[in-house]
Design a protein around this ligand. Structure first.
Ligand code: UT7
Length: 344
């Protein structure tokens, strides 16, 4: 008779945060500068959105340039020279074809590895970490560089006061590696979803297969159009709910959460989320005043800045949560690891 050998079940293979980095293009545009060419004021932008300035890339810089800088910093932070895959979350790729991730992998000297773009608007980075965690969990990859990078200034109408004050350029990245499910730094289960009924709430009407650029008379159709009020209402509702779901999936009560890293869309959205969840506003770090809304780059930029200014400390229970065009939403959790040094 053959007996099956009994083994002690090992904790599941999970994705652990090993490195963190971010990059902002050097030029800042203040509200005063915007107000000099747009029908708006510094006071309106500060009180209605919470932004004082945003970083804007120069005309020759593309999303891949921002992404490669952030990716390099995350790999240095992780002290690795190789990863098994690159996932790049962006709504502003260098080109429709090819994807931007292979170019970024090439720039980083990561030859022949799988590299692909992921588009989920401002939720793109949390979507991408969820996909990367799945690759690691399945054993398809041992480590993944996940980047969120945007050159929003390439798709924002400088004459539109609904969008021009809000968006900025930048990039952030993490290295995820295989770890045990019970280790600090390991990503918890994701809560995520989408609702395409609101596809036109944040969209660029032209430039895709529905309306190719060559058929467009009005250049404005190649810029982002946003129904601000509608997006605001849905953002508060979905961020609140998906934050609750991710915390519950991790087995945490909301009162035990130390930090909520919320997509930086509007300071009033974050305040409403904190109020609805009953979480003190000081548990929601923010950098929107100085970077604006950087779409898929927002979360890794905020993680990096919060780690550097001491808002994120080892052992804290952290929920990361986002909402954006699609609509899409996504959240996950982690215990902040020891010894992680973000590079910005
Ligand atoms: O990252 C993806 C997700 N994006 C978001 O989450 C963005 C969500 N939406 C928002 O953040 C806000 O809706 C906006 C910041 C876009 C707009 O703020 P709001 O408080 O919803 O303003 P509103 O559109 O209701 O407009 C209020 C007033 C209007 O004037 P009246 O009709 O009351 O006289 C607007 O014309 O503010 C006026 N207004 C402005 N005034 C000065 C709108 N934009 C501006 C502006 N400067 N830039």
């Amino acid at each position: 008779m053959i007996f099956a050998r009994r083994t002690t079940p090992s904790p599941a293979r999970a994705a652990r945060l090993l490195g963190l980095g971010a990059y902002l293009p050097p030029r800042t545009v203040s509200n005063a500068e915007l107000s000099s060419r747009l029908d708006t004021t510094d006071e309106w932008i500060r009180t209605r959105i919470g932004i004082a300035e945003r970083h804007i890339a120069d005309p020759v810089t593309a999303t891949s340039d921002l992404a490669a800088e952030a990716g390099l910093r995350a790999m240095k932070s992780a002290r690795v020279e190789h990863v098994d895959a690159v996932v790049l979350a962006t709504a502003t790729p260098d080109h429709h074809v090819p994807g931007t991730a292979p170019l970024v992998a090439h720039r980083l000297g990561l030859r022949q590895i799988p590299a692909f773009d992921l588009g989920a608007g401002c939720s793109g980075f949390v979507y991408a970490t969820t996909v990367a965690a799945g690759l690691i969990h399945a054993g398809t990859a041992g480590s993944v560089l996940v980047i969120g990078a945007e050159k929003m200034s390439a798709v924002i109408d400088p004459a539109d006061r609904q969008t021009a004050p809000i968006f900025g350029d930048g990039a952030g990245a993490v290295v995820l590696t295989a770890g045990r499910a019970d280790e600090p730094g390991v990503l918890g289960p994701a809560a995520w979803g989408s609702d395409g009924e609101h596809a036109d709430a944040i969209h660029i009407p032209a430039g895709g297969s529905r309306c190719p650029s060559r058929t467009v008379d009005d250049a404005k159709n190649q810029y982002v159009h946003m129904k601000g009020n509608e997006v605001f209402r849905h953002a508060v509702r979905h961020i609140t709910r998906v934050t609750q779901e991710a915390a519950a999936a991790a087995g945490w009560r909301l009162q035990d959460v130390d930090r909520v890293i919320v997509h930086q869309a509007n300071a009033r959205i974050s305040a409403a989320v904190a109020h609805t969840l009953g979480i003190p506003p000081e548990c929601l770090p923010s950098n929107i005043a100085h970077v604006g809304n950087t779409s898929a780059a927002s979360i890794p930029l905020l993680l990096s800045h919060s780690a550097i200014d001491g808002q994120l400390k080892a052992g804290q229970r952290v929920v990361v949560t986002s909402f954006g065009a699609g609509f899409t939403w996504a959240a996950t959790t982690l215990l902040w690891p020891t010894g992680l040094q973000a590079l910005v």
